[in-house]
Write a protein that binds this ligand. Structure first.
Ligand code: GDP
Length: 350
């Protein structure tokens, strides 16, 4: 019942959304936290309210640099975000950190479930850390995260870091909602690609080999040159600057522990982001992303409607059985299921 709580907090004056928008854009953190809870809710009335709020907020959104950060568990993401985030605060940025993994991907733990995760950053006034919503399917997480980015922007955050452990399709999802995509890797001795899928490598603008300190320093340097060579062959994107302006993609060593390399990492990210913005690529990338998410949203809703349709549910076991035993082809079965779906929709309308 987010609605009632929120109404209590915004009594009397004007409409709910306008009120809430005022508080949010004034940087009221409690209003931001509540607004996020609202967009995470799947209740129909909360959804309607969330959309109203996002519409009112629209002119105040889009202002942050959206950075995606992916890496396997243990690679040092939280240590990195803690150090990197604090370095950005020192530069006067306001930093929001969001996680996109469905809770199961973290073995039940959330971004803040482990108290040591980003402890100092989370206490900073100019930072905001929001864990992944629990029990959400990837589709739900995607929608919620895109909306939360906008809420954070309306609340004045200038850098939004979106973190994922990179299970399933979550890396692609994060790359599809950010301006710059960064991959964090471990130093490794040899030529293995650390199980990183090619598609993910292709999306990464910057590869940071973490733990380039102490005994791991030389392994990290070796990993950087392995990747630097591999990366050059991987892609030629129109929204990459020409090499004489900036080498993208790029691999470089960092140490989240000592802070070495974090400043250069920021310079690379900011330079790339600024170049893309100035050339118009940022705006076109964001437009393309919106179109992509519209398509995803349509598919997600259609599938949900299909799955919840009683006529389809009634027919499904028989169809599955018939396909499994070979008495019906998959195509014919799909025809019948879809016919049942569309005729029940038509009947409901009539
Ligand atoms: P996450 O699972 O990706 O969030 O990784 P964590 O940030 O929890 O780090 C996993 C482990 O790696 C912890 O023991 C960290 O102390 C260690 N670690 C993280 N960054 C560095 C680094 O730059 N150098 C070294 N030596 N260890 C690091």
């Amino acid at each position: 019942m987010v609605r009632n709580n929120m109404k209590e907090m915004a009594p009397n004056s004007g409409t709910f959304a306008t009120n809430w928008s005022k508080r949010l854009t004034a940087g009221d953190r409690r209003a931001l936290a509540r607004a996020i809870t609202l967009v995470e809710s799947s209740r129909d009335d909360d959804r309607a309210l969330a959309r109203e709020l996002l519409t009112v907020l629209a002119p105040h959104t889009g202002g942050s640099l959206r950075i995606g950060l992916s890496g396997a568990p243990g690679v040092g993401k939280s240590t990195f975000i803690e150090a990197f985030g604090r370095a950005l605060l020192a530069l006067g940025e306001r930093v929001a950190v969001l996680a996109v993994d469905p809770s199961s991907a973290r073995g039940g733990g959330s971004i803040l479930g482990d108290k040591t995760r980003m402890e100092r950053l989370s206490r900073a006034k100019e930072a905001f850390i929001r864990p992944s919503p629990s029990n959400a399917a990837l589709g739900g997480v995607a929608r919620r995260t895109r909306e939360v980015i906008r809420l954070c922007e309306a609340a004045g955050f200038t850098v939004t870091l979106i973190e994922t452990v990179g299970v399933g399709q979550s890396e692609t999802m994060v790359a599809d909602m950010t301006d710059v995509f960064v991959l964090l890797l471990n130093p490794s001795g040899g030529d293995d690609l650390q199980g990183v899928k090619r598609g993910v490598m292709e999306r990464a603008d910057l590869i940071l080999v973490n733990k380039a300190d102490g005994e791991l320093a030389s392994a990290a340097r070796a990993t950087v040159s392995d990747y630097a060579n591999a990366l050059r062959l991987l892609r030629a994107r129109p929204d990459d600057p020409p090499p004489e302006v900036q080498q993208i993609p790029m691999a470089m060593p960092v140490s989240a522990l000592t802070g070495d390399g974090l400043e250069s990492a920021w310079t690379q990210i900011a330079d790339l982001a600024n170049w893309r913005r100035d050339q118009g690529w940022r705006a076109s990338r964001r437009r393309d992303q919106d179109v992509h998410w519209m398509q995803e949203e349509i598919e997600r809703r259609l599938i949900a409607r299909f799955a919840a349709n009683p006529a389809v549910s009634e027919l499904s076991p028989n169809l599955r059985e018939a396909v499994a035993t070979g008495s019906l082809s998959p195509e014919d079965a799909a025809d019948r299921a879809l016919a049942a779906f569309f005729s029940s929709m038509a009947a409901a309308k009539a």
